[in-house]
Design a protein around this ligand. Sequence first.
Ligand code: PLP
Length: 383
Amino acid sequence: MRLADRMSMVEESATIGITSIASKLRREGKDVISFGVGEPDFKTPERIIKAAEDALHNGETHYTPSAGIPELREAVAEKLRLENGLDVAAENILVAPGAKHLIFEACMSILNPGDEVLQFTPTWVTYDACVSVAGAKTVWVKRNMGEKIDEDALKEAVSKRTRMIMLDSPNNPAGYVLGQDELRFIRDIAVDNDLIAISDEIYEKIVYDANHISIGSMDDMLDRTITVNGFSKTYAMTGWRLGYAAAPKDIFGAMMKLHQHTVTCATSFAQYGGLVALKGPQDNVMSLVKEFRTRRDMIVKGLNDIGFDCMMPDGAFYVFPDVGQLGFNGSALSEKLLNETYVIVTPGIAFGPGCENRVRISYANSRERIAEGIKRIEKALNK
Ligand SMILES: Cc1ncc(COP(=O)(O)O)c(C=O)c1O
């Protein structure tokens, strides 16, 4: 009764909840294999740590300009121009404690109660929470596994109330990467219906046999797109809490107001680490993707060999198999694996309607643990 009505619209984060269960069981001394995590299990590269350390010693321990240190905003703008084809300036760049916070700020800046937001399911758990807190409503567009987006379904989902479309490519949990033709179709829908797009590109570098394309680089999209990205996944910097967005001037201004009154700025010395991450050699990114590719191939084969229906994802570091034919829905299987084997996976239901029979399995875990986890899963299924 003491809580605001809006809080009844938001569920706890299923993925963070799963991570807490894993930590609790570990504290109790259980040999947990967590396939629940959404973070690379690699160390942040040494040169980035050194830059943050130097910044601490050099007295960079104070508030920075709210939008971020000028050098980092410049470096981000340059990266987006050169790698993503976005014609943006440093004035459009907002640096924040994580991409997640920027998505929240963008939703709060754009959406009015009653507005509708198009989202493909499955998708990341946080978007719908942000949309709901802003008083708006998600209109789900089902995406069939292994197929391109359903153009008719997308067209039909647009109404007079549609304000925005959320895009996550590469996608969490299924690893979809939107192709040129799909993005072109989405672009046409956005332009024809005067929609704003939030494009979450946090997994852009973790792609295997696909190319990442930023929708903001397409005709007439830059002024209606907020491109969100960050350091968490590419540079194994989840705990640093550092992300950035490029936004058109009016939206940037609104997000800045929220930024100033909530976080003030991203952590000062983390920003110096981020600067070196972007400016320095990128060899760690290549080795991270190489290792993830090996694990992806290993986990897809391992799961299919024991009866799962698991597709090969194009990006990110998750698989999202259907477990219906094993005789379970996603929640029942997750519970069974947790209770009987201390293997943690995330129930598919967390990722939107139509995902009840799926589980998300993160392969941000060592090859040894992946092999052991698959053995335990097989044993549990054969009981
Ligand atoms: C699709 C997606 N976007 C954003 C984030 C969070 O990024 P950050 O750590 O920069 O807040 C995650 C983390 O799991 C994610 O999966």
